[in-house]
Design a protein around this ligand. Structure first.
Ligand SMILES: [Zn+2]
Length: 161
């Protein structure tokens, strides 16, 4: 059981399994067929997140060309965020995530974000984003070259690191 995400992922997995008959075992491991099922499940969950975000946008007067009195339906915003979170949790379950992993990664990321602000985060500086995949290098780890992440250019490559 996690601290921040107290059984959120476990309860999501139970719901998806018991009510929607989703078989997460068929999406696990390295078999191509299982990876394809994982991708398909993720695809429609990501599309659903897009839909829920569109619904959230309807709760606020976000369009600069809109001349209504500004409005923001706060309760509706929270309810739509809940809908987004349901689909996010489904994806985490399908990817094999647990409440404990989520707690660890989430808290680590909060600390990293705080540190980035303290250090003056500039994405255009060399060594901040990976030159190949554009991921934040402090998220992935630095690779053998200062401008590459550890996934694109692992340090152990051909023993020269
Ligand atoms: Zn990279």
């Amino acid at each position: 059981m996690g601290i921040l995400f107290n059984n959120w992922i476990k309860r999501t997995k139970d719901l998806q399994t018991d009510v929607y008959y989703i078989n997460f075992d068929d999406m696990s491991g390295g078999k191509d067929a299982n990876i394809r099922r994982l991708i398909e499940y993720m695809r429609w969950n990501m599309l659903a997140i897009d839909d829920e975000l569109a619904e959230m946008r309807q709760a606020i007067s976000w369009k600069p060309w809109q001349h209504d009195k500004p409005y923001a339906d706060r309760e509706e915003i929270v309810k739509e965020a809940v809908d987004v979170l349901h689909f996010v949790a489904n994806i985490i379950v399908a990817a094999g995530g647990t409440d404990e992993m989520l707690d660890k990664f989430y808290i680590e990321k909060m600390e990293r974000n705080k540190q980035r602000q303290l250090d003056g985060y500039k994405v255009k500086e060399i060594g901040v984003k990976c030159a190949l995949c554009a991921r934040a290098i402090d998220d992935v780890g630095r690779g053998a070259s200062p401008d590459m992440c550890a996934k694109c250019l692992p340090k152990e490559v051909d023993g020269n690191a």
